[in-house]
Design a protein around this ligand. Structure first.
Ligand code: NAG
Ligand code: NAG
Ligand code: NAG
Ligand code: NAG
Ligand code: NAG
Ligand code: NAG
Ligand code: NAG
Ligand code: NAG
Ligand code: NAG
Ligand code: NAG
Ligand code: NAG
Ligand code: NAG
Length: 787
């Protein structure tokens, strides 16, 4: 039995065109020659650009085009004109230039043209479109059309549906769009439209669906929109709309779906939205609207989906939700809700419930887990406490269970083994304990138990599908169990801050997908396995490792895996969008002496290597200079000796290089000055000598303590002039040292702070989002399409 899924009437239009096409009876007609010729020209063009046309085999000179596949004719009087072309996902080539469409513009009799999903690039031909003046249905969606909407399109006055969803069309929505008064479906979502909604929209009184989602539209929603009283779907999410919601929306009595998420509205969510009887799907989260929780609301609608995330809701979970018994999707995350989890809410049988980032307290009602429809429960970062209900295993449909950042205590109930569809389990940052682990089902791919008080041996009672294992910050002890060796699909092993001892097992080198290995702050001893490689994050700091750095450690020659696979997790597609932003698998790294969260989305680009605070010795292998994408290299507090390899200058992305507290000798290689992004460099307490390299970047790395305790370092950074005899200074030897220092300082002031700000930029871009909350893109509710 498929689980109850939230549905949207957006999908109802899916067969709009193809269904209409099938109403026409095609056999027995014979199309005019010029139409057949046009279609054959089109086929020829497709062939010439290498698109597979196997499907068009029936298109030949000896048959009438009314018998061809994907062609529809009818007989208006005497002639059998081609009136419909259903070319949706016809092209198999990765891209097709819009020029190939030119023969089609000779088919002036067309009523229906579906070109959707063909990877067509280039502009929409204005003169071409102008020829198709009878068009009633035009579907250009899911291509790569760019440029503006051609003005000729606005002459197609018979158009009832215009779907240009998912392209790269830019510019304003033409103000004459209002001339297309027959339009029932207008879908311009997922393009690059900007500007405001033209007020001519008031002439589109036949509209049933208006989709402008995922553009850069701004301004107010025009009050005129209320004249489109037949609208059932109004989708404006993910834009820059501002202002209040117009009262005129009340006039749309047929409105079923209102998607306004992620905009810049202001003011309060009007209560009358809940008086629209037909309303089913109301997504208002992240739109900067607030909800006054003191108002008395008695909704006339029967909602199936409601998102009110980030709406400044305070007080308890509103009681008026309790008669919304049809609710399948509820997102109240990121508000200031307090009080307990109401028992009536557990009664509602919601499929997807998101209450994360609130102040909810008390324990979870066992009734909640008696639901057979619960697919996803996201309660992270509240103040829930008590033990996890013993009957947690009754929620047999659940795929995603996220309870991170609460105060749950006690052990994990054994019944959790019964959750045989569970894919993603996050119990991190609670007070959970116990040293006996339940057996988990084989679907589980993601498991985060970090920051609890679990103890005993590292558990291995998972299925072989597990690819993310986060057990950091617990009390696990003993050596790593041998049967961990059978989890060779693991991509991400995080065991930091435990008491695990023994050696780092050799078998980890054979995990071909392993990209993240974090064993920081344990009691590992022995050497680093010399076949360990292909790691994006390797943190072995604060252990008791000895021996040398194996020379293959810097090799990354395996394919990148994160961009493509991290977020699929093997979850139902319906839920995937919801976990896309979940920060699952994000990683805490030591970044410039403080802990930062590294988004797993960046693991294909960044690498980190931290071997600090061990007893490692020997020379630094020059091969480390090949470490792809290395951002942080921390080898401090070991006993390394010999030179700093010149090859470190090849680590072009390096931002932090910490070699402090070792026995390194010789000079700092000039090549270090080539590192354009280096903004932390520490070599204190070594035996280095000679002049510190100079260069725009190096000259700014002038914290003297980072060079202290060496055997005679000199240079601008430490304000110790080098002896001219070292020959390292530049040509103007005749300046006296005082003057030189002075000009150096002047130079320093002159450098822009731009390089330090690369980190700040990284924050803004979300490269380091997460627990620090610098990035506010945390929103579960942006998944309006798939629900
Ligand atoms: C346009 O085509 C796409 C993909 O084939 C389809 O999903 C969509 O429903 C169509 N639009 C209309 C309005 O029929
Ligand atoms: C796609 O088309 C281009 C030219 O437009 C051609 O070079 C290429 O071989 C085609 N690819 C396939 C898979 O047919
Ligand atoms: C042309 O196509 C028709 C089907 O549309 C087929 O019956 C006929 O054999 C084809 N003729 C040639 C010469 O390929
Ligand atoms: C788009 O076309 C591809 C084949 O080219 C097909 O696999 C995919 O399902 C189509 N998508 C939609 C939404 O129709
Ligand atoms: C418009 O159709 C006419 C035939 O009716 C044709 O000659 C002309 O080339 C077409 N224009 C374009 C731009 O395709
Ligand atoms: C839209 O209609 C108005 C008034 O009928 C007309 O002046 C204008 O040219 C039309 N615009 C387009 C693009 O057809
Ligand atoms: C709404 O649709 C009905 C038929 O579904 C139609 O009769 C009516 O004219 C439409 N209303 C408006 C304002 O266009
Ligand atoms: C729309 O934009 C949002 C945020 O930019 C994004 O998360 C979402 O995936 C987009 N929706 C679609 C269907 O592409
Ligand atoms: C829009 O609706 C208002 C009433 O709400 C009405 O006065 C006005 O005439 C309508 N405009 C059009 C163009 O239908
Ligand atoms: C919900 O309850 C209120 C009264 O509290 C009632 O007016 C309203 O009609 C009910 N709504 C539904 C959908 O049952
Ligand atoms: C949660 O409650 C505590 C006090 O109980 C308060 O200090 C804190 O600001 C609240 N947090 C939110 C997000 O409302
Ligand atoms: C849970 O927290 C509440 C206060 O929010 C407290 O009264 C209760 O004793 C706590 N329960 C447990 C089991 O810690």
């Amino acid at each position: 039995m498929p689980p109850k899924m939230p549905t949207s009437s957006l999908l109802l239009s899916a067969c709009f065109i193809s269904c209409i096409l099938h109403l026409f009876y095609t056999e027995g007609f014979s199309c005019p020659d010029y139409q057949r010729a046009a279609l054959l020209d089109f086929k020829e063009l497709l062939v010439s650009v290498g698109s597979s046309v196997q499907e068009l085999e029936s298109w030949n000179f000896s048959s009438t085009c009314c018998e061809w596949t994907r062609v529809v004719c009818r007989a208006p009087g005497a002639s059998d004109d081609v009136i419909g072309l259903d070319f949706s996902h016809l092209n198999s080539n990765s891209s097709l230039n819009s020029d190939v469409l030119s023969p089609l513009f000779r088919l002036t009799t067309l009523l229906l043209l579906d070109l959707s999903n063909n990877s067509i690039q280039g502009e929409i031909s204005g003169p071409g479109i102008a020829n198709l003046s009878r068009l009633v249905h035009l579907n250009l969606s899911r291509n790569s059309f760019n440029g503006n909407v051609p003005v000729e399109l606005l002459h197609l006055r018979h158009l009832e549906s215009l779907d240009m969803n998912k392209n790269f069309i830019q510019g304003d929505i033409p103000s004459d769009i209002g001339n297309l008064t027959e339009l029932k479906i207008l879908s311009l979502g997922q393009n690059k439209f900007s500007g405001e909604i033209p007020s001519s929209i008031l002439r589109l009184t036949n509209l049933e669906m208006l989709d402008f989602q995922n553009n850069s539209l701004s301004g107010h929603i025009p009050v005129e929109i209320g004249n489109s009283t037949n609208l059932t779907i109004l989708a404006l999410s993910n834009n820059l709309f501002s202002g209040d919601l117009p009262l005129s929306i009340q006039k749309m009595e047929k409105l079923e779906t209102l998607l306004l998420e992620n905009n810049r509205f202001s003011g309060e969510i009007p209560w009358w939205l809940f008086d629209i009887k037909q309303m089913k799907n109301l997504r208002l989260g992240g739109s900067r609207l607030s909800w006054n929780n003191n108002g008395r609301v008695s909704p006339k609608s029967r909602l199936t989906g409601l998102s009110l995330n980030s709406c400044n809701i305070s007080g308890v979970i509103p009681l008026w939700l309790s008669n919304q018994t049809t609710m399948e999707f509820l997102d109240l995350s990121n508000n200031s809700l307090e009080g307990v989890f109401p028992i009536w809410l557990a009664h509602l049988n919601i499929s997807i419930m998101m209450l994360s980032d609130n102040n909810l307290t008390g324990s979870l009602p066992p009734l909640l887990f008696q639901s057979k429809s619960l697919l996803m429960l996201e309660l992270s970062r509240n103040s829930f406490n008590g033990t996890l209900p013993e009957n947690i295993g009754e929620a047999r449909s659940i795929q995603i269970l996220m309870l991170s950042g609460n105060k749950f205590s006690g052990s994990v109930p054994p019944s959790i083994s019964n959750l045989d569809r569970l894919v993603l389990l996050d119990l991190s940052s609670n007070n959970l304990s116990g040293n006996k682990f339940p057996v988990f089902n084989s679907q589980l791919t993601y498991m985060d138990f970090s920051s609890n008080r679990f103890s005993g041996e590292v558990p291995t009672s998972f299925g072989k599908n597990l690819f993310i294992m986060s057990l950091g910050e617990n009390d696990f002890s003993g050596p790593l169990p041998n049967n961990l060796a059978s989890f060779s699909g693991l991509k991400h092993i995080d065991l930091h801050d435990n008491n695990i001892s023994g050696t780092i097992p050799e078998f980890l080198s054979h995990f071909s997908s392993l990209r993240v290995l974090n064993l920081r702050n344990n009691s590992f001893e022995g050497t680093i396995p010399d076949t360990l490689r292909n790691l994006r994050i390797l943190d072995l700091s604060d252990n008791r490792l000895d021996g040398i750095i194996p020379s293959r450690l810097g090799e990354i020659d395996a394919p990148d895996i994160y961009a493509s696979t991290t977020y699929t997790f093997g979850i139902d597609p319906v839920l995937q969008d919801l976990v896309k932003n979940c920060r699952c698998a994000d990683l805490i790294v030591n970044w410039k002496k403080s802990k930062r969260v590294l988004s797993s989305q960046n693991l294909d680009f960044y690498s980190f290597l931290d071997l600090s605070s061990n007893n490692l010795s020997g020379q630094l292998p020059p091969s480390l200079g090949k470490y792809k994408g290395l951002k942080l290299l921390n080898l401090s507090f070991n006993s390394f000796s010999g030179d700093i390899p010149t090859s470190f200058g090849d680590l072009g992305t390096l931002e932090t290089l910490d070699l402090a507290h070792n026995n390194l000798s010789g000079e700092i290689p000039e090549s270090i000055a080539k590192l354009p992004q280096l903004n932390y460099f520490d070599v204190n307490t070594n035996k280095l000598s000679g002049s510190i390299p100079q260069g725009p970047q190096m000259d700014r790395l002038n914290d003297k303590t980072h060079y202290a305790n060496n055997s005679g370092l000199c240079g601008i950074q430490v304000e110790i002039p080098c002896q001219l005899t070292t020959g390292k200074l530049d040509d103007d030897n005749d300046n006296d040292d005082g003057q030189k220092l002075f000009s150096w300082k002047a130079l320093l002031v002159g450098y822009p702070v731009g390089l330090l700000s690369t980190i700040a930029v990284a924050y803004v871009l979300g490269h380091f989002d997460g627990k620090t909350r610098i990035n506010s893109t945390w929103s579960f509710g942006s998944s309006t399409w798939s629900i």
